[in-house]
Write a protein that binds this ligand. Structure first.
Ligand SMILES: CC(C)(COP(=O)(O)OP(=O)(O)OC[C@H]1O[C@@H](n2cnc3c(N)ncnc32)[C@H](O)[C@@H]1OP(=O)(O)O)[C@@H](O)C(=O)NCCC(=O)NCCS
Length: 170
Protein backbone atom coordinates (compact mmCIF):
# COMPACT_ATOMS: atom_id res chain seq x y z
CA UNK A 1 0.00 0.00 0.00
CA UNK A 2 2.69 2.50 1.03
CA UNK A 3 6.32 2.24 2.08
CA UNK A 4 8.88 4.57 3.64
CA UNK A 5 12.21 5.43 2.04
CA UNK A 6 14.86 8.17 2.36
CA UNK A 7 14.02 11.56 0.87
CA UNK A 8 15.56 12.42 -2.52
CA UNK A 9 15.90 15.71 -4.37
CA UNK A 10 13.02 14.77 -6.66
CA UNK A 11 10.70 14.64 -3.63
CA UNK A 12 11.37 18.22 -2.54
CA UNK A 13 8.68 20.01 -4.61
CA UNK A 14 6.00 17.66 -3.23
CA UNK A 15 7.22 17.82 0.37
CA UNK A 16 7.56 21.62 0.28
CA UNK A 17 3.81 21.84 -0.36
CA UNK A 18 3.17 21.36 3.37
CA UNK A 19 4.53 24.88 4.00
CA UNK A 20 3.01 26.52 0.93
CA UNK A 21 -0.64 27.10 1.94
CA UNK A 22 -3.14 26.18 4.66
CA UNK A 23 -5.00 24.02 2.14
CA UNK A 24 -1.90 21.95 1.38
CA UNK A 25 -0.52 21.99 4.93
CA UNK A 26 -3.81 20.87 6.46
CA UNK A 27 -6.50 22.86 8.23
CA UNK A 28 -5.35 21.64 11.67
CA UNK A 29 -1.61 21.60 11.05
CA UNK A 30 -0.89 24.98 9.47
CA UNK A 31 1.50 27.15 11.49
CA UNK A 32 2.25 29.82 8.88
CA UNK A 33 4.71 30.08 6.04
CA UNK A 34 8.16 28.67 6.69
CA UNK A 35 11.47 29.59 5.15
CA UNK A 36 11.34 27.84 1.75
CA UNK A 37 13.92 25.22 0.93
CA UNK A 38 14.50 23.73 4.37
CA UNK A 39 14.28 20.17 3.03
CA UNK A 40 16.58 21.00 0.09
CA UNK A 41 19.13 22.41 2.55
CA UNK A 42 18.91 19.33 4.77
CA UNK A 43 19.47 17.12 1.71
CA UNK A 44 22.42 19.21 0.53
CA UNK A 45 23.94 18.96 4.02
CA UNK A 46 23.26 15.21 4.13
CA UNK A 47 21.13 15.76 7.25
CA UNK A 48 17.71 14.29 6.47
CA UNK A 49 18.51 11.66 9.11
CA UNK A 50 20.71 12.52 12.09
CA UNK A 51 21.06 11.12 15.60
CA UNK A 52 18.32 13.44 16.88
CA UNK A 53 15.82 13.75 14.04
CA UNK A 54 14.82 12.32 10.70
CA UNK A 55 12.40 12.43 7.80
CA UNK A 56 11.37 9.64 5.42
CA UNK A 57 9.24 9.95 2.29
CA UNK A 58 5.93 8.07 2.15
CA UNK A 59 5.61 6.41 -1.27
CA UNK A 60 2.55 4.68 -2.78
CA UNK A 61 2.42 1.50 -4.89
CA UNK A 62 2.99 3.50 -8.08
CA UNK A 63 6.14 5.10 -6.66
CA UNK A 64 4.51 8.52 -6.10
CA UNK A 65 5.61 10.51 -3.06
CA UNK A 66 2.44 11.13 -1.08
CA UNK A 67 3.89 12.78 2.05
CA UNK A 68 6.45 12.36 4.77
CA UNK A 69 6.91 11.07 8.31
CA UNK A 70 9.39 12.68 10.65
CA UNK A 71 10.71 12.21 14.16
CA UNK A 72 12.61 14.26 16.68
CA UNK A 73 14.26 13.30 19.95
CA UNK A 74 12.12 14.52 22.84
CA UNK A 75 12.29 13.95 26.59
CA UNK A 76 10.10 13.48 29.65
CA UNK A 77 12.89 13.26 32.22
CA UNK A 78 16.48 14.44 32.45
CA UNK A 79 18.22 13.68 29.13
CA UNK A 80 19.25 11.11 28.17
CA UNK A 81 17.31 9.09 30.77
CA UNK A 82 13.92 10.42 29.65
CA UNK A 83 14.54 10.39 25.91
CA UNK A 84 11.87 9.23 23.47
CA UNK A 85 10.94 9.90 19.84
CA UNK A 86 8.15 12.26 18.89
CA UNK A 87 6.76 11.51 15.41
CA UNK A 88 4.77 13.60 12.95
CA UNK A 89 3.16 13.08 9.56
CA UNK A 90 1.95 15.07 6.59
CA UNK A 91 0.16 13.72 3.51
CA UNK A 92 -0.69 15.63 0.33
CA UNK A 93 -4.42 16.48 0.34
CA UNK A 94 -5.28 14.23 -2.61
CA UNK A 95 -3.95 11.15 -0.78
CA UNK A 96 -5.63 11.68 2.61
CA UNK A 97 -8.41 9.40 3.79
CA UNK A 98 -7.04 6.27 2.04
CA UNK A 99 -5.50 4.61 5.09
CA UNK A 100 -1.99 5.83 4.26
CA UNK A 101 -1.72 7.86 7.50
CA UNK A 102 -2.49 4.78 9.58
CA UNK A 103 0.00 2.59 7.73
CA UNK A 104 2.78 5.21 7.57
CA UNK A 105 2.62 5.80 11.32
CA UNK A 106 2.64 2.09 12.00
CA UNK A 107 5.71 1.76 9.79
CA UNK A 108 7.64 4.72 11.25
CA UNK A 109 7.08 3.43 14.79
CA UNK A 110 8.33 -0.03 13.76
CA UNK A 111 11.32 1.52 11.98
CA UNK A 112 12.37 3.51 15.04
CA UNK A 113 11.89 0.61 17.45
CA UNK A 114 13.86 -1.70 15.13
CA UNK A 115 16.74 0.68 14.53
CA UNK A 116 17.15 2.66 17.75
CA UNK A 117 17.08 1.53 21.35
CA UNK A 118 14.57 4.08 22.69
CA UNK A 119 11.46 2.50 24.21
CA UNK A 120 8.77 5.08 23.62
CA UNK A 121 7.34 6.64 20.44
CA UNK A 122 5.19 9.66 21.15
CA UNK A 123 2.77 11.54 18.90
CA UNK A 124 0.67 14.59 19.70
CA UNK A 125 -2.22 16.13 17.85
CA UNK A 126 -4.89 18.74 18.52
CA UNK A 127 -8.05 17.54 20.19
CA UNK A 128 -9.91 18.59 17.02
CA UNK A 129 -7.79 16.50 14.64
CA UNK A 130 -10.04 13.45 14.57
CA UNK A 131 -8.43 11.91 11.46
CA UNK A 132 -5.00 11.89 13.13
CA UNK A 133 -6.35 10.51 16.41
CA UNK A 134 -8.13 7.68 14.59
CA UNK A 135 -5.06 7.00 12.45
CA UNK A 136 -2.80 6.77 15.52
CA UNK A 137 -5.19 4.45 17.35
CA UNK A 138 -5.49 2.21 14.28
CA UNK A 139 -1.68 2.21 14.05
CA UNK A 140 -1.47 0.77 17.57
CA UNK A 141 -0.81 3.94 19.57
CA UNK A 142 -2.46 4.41 22.97
CA UNK A 143 -4.18 7.64 23.93
CA UNK A 144 -2.61 8.87 27.19
CA UNK A 145 -4.19 12.21 27.94
CA UNK A 146 -4.61 15.86 27.07
CA UNK A 147 -2.05 18.63 27.41
CA UNK A 148 -4.00 21.83 27.97
CA UNK A 149 -3.23 24.86 25.78
CA UNK A 150 -0.02 23.23 24.64
CA UNK A 151 0.29 24.56 21.08
CA UNK A 152 -0.51 27.91 19.45
CA UNK A 153 -2.19 27.79 16.04
CA UNK A 154 -4.64 29.99 14.17
CA UNK A 155 -4.74 32.75 16.78
CA UNK A 156 -5.30 30.60 19.84
CA UNK A 157 -3.73 28.07 22.17
CA UNK A 158 -4.94 24.53 21.50
CA UNK A 159 -5.24 21.44 23.68
CA UNK A 160 -3.14 18.50 22.45
CA UNK A 161 -3.85 14.78 22.81
CA UNK A 162 -0.75 12.70 23.58
CA UNK A 163 -0.41 9.16 22.19
CA UNK A 164 2.39 6.66 22.57
CA UNK A 165 3.56 3.26 21.36
CA UNK A 166 6.05 1.31 23.47
CA UNK A 167 8.49 -1.39 22.41
CA UNK A 168 6.66 -4.72 22.23
CA UNK A 169 3.22 -3.25 21.58
CA UNK A 170 1.57 -4.46 18.33
C1 LIG B 1 -4.00 13.31 9.69
C2 LIG B 1 -3.56 12.38 8.56
C3 LIG B 1 -2.11 11.98 8.74
C4 LIG B 1 -4.44 11.11 8.64
O1 LIG B 1 -4.05 10.22 7.62
P1 LIG B 1 -5.13 9.66 6.58
O2 LIG B 1 -4.43 8.76 5.65
O3 LIG B 1 -5.84 10.84 5.97
O4 LIG B 1 -6.11 8.89 7.54
P2 LIG B 1 -6.63 7.39 7.34
O5 LIG B 1 -7.13 7.23 5.93
O6 LIG B 1 -5.55 6.46 7.78
O7 LIG B 1 -7.88 7.37 8.27
C5 LIG B 1 -7.81 7.27 9.65
C6 LIG B 1 -9.20 7.41 10.21
O8 LIG B 1 -9.58 8.80 10.21
C7 LIG B 1 -10.81 8.95 9.51
N1 LIG B 1 -10.76 10.23 8.82
C8 LIG B 1 -10.03 10.53 7.71
N2 LIG B 1 -10.20 11.83 7.40
C9 LIG B 1 -11.07 12.34 8.32
C10 LIG B 1 -11.61 13.63 8.55
N3 LIG B 1 -11.31 14.68 7.75
N4 LIG B 1 -12.44 13.78 9.62
C11 LIG B 1 -12.72 12.75 10.43
N5 LIG B 1 -12.22 11.50 10.28
C12 LIG B 1 -11.40 11.32 9.23
C13 LIG B 1 -10.88 7.78 8.56
O9 LIG B 1 -12.23 7.51 8.20
C14 LIG B 1 -10.29 6.69 9.42
O10 LIG B 1 -11.19 6.23 10.39
P3 LIG B 1 -12.09 4.92 10.18
O11 LIG B 1 -11.15 3.80 9.93
O12 LIG B 1 -12.84 4.82 11.46
O13 LIG B 1 -12.94 5.21 9.00
C15 LIG B 1 -3.74 13.05 7.16
O14 LIG B 1 -5.10 13.31 6.94
C16 LIG B 1 -2.94 14.33 7.00
O15 LIG B 1 -1.79 14.31 6.58
N6 LIG B 1 -3.57 15.49 7.35
C17 LIG B 1 -2.89 16.78 7.25
C18 LIG B 1 -1.68 16.92 8.18
C19 LIG B 1 -2.00 16.55 9.61
O16 LIG B 1 -3.05 16.88 10.16
N7 LIG B 1 -1.02 15.85 10.22
C20 LIG B 1 -1.09 15.46 11.61
C21 LIG B 1 -0.70 16.64 12.45
S1 LIG B 1 -0.57 16.20 14.15
Amino acid sequence: MIRLRPVTEADVPVLDRQHSSPEDGGELSWYGFRQPGSMARRLAANETITNDRGTLAVVDDDGNVVGDVSWIRSFNGPPPNGDCWNVGIWLVPEHRGKGYGTEAQRQVAAYLLDNTFLERIEAGTETGNIAEQKALEKAGFTREGVLRRACFRGGQWRDMVVFSKLRGEP
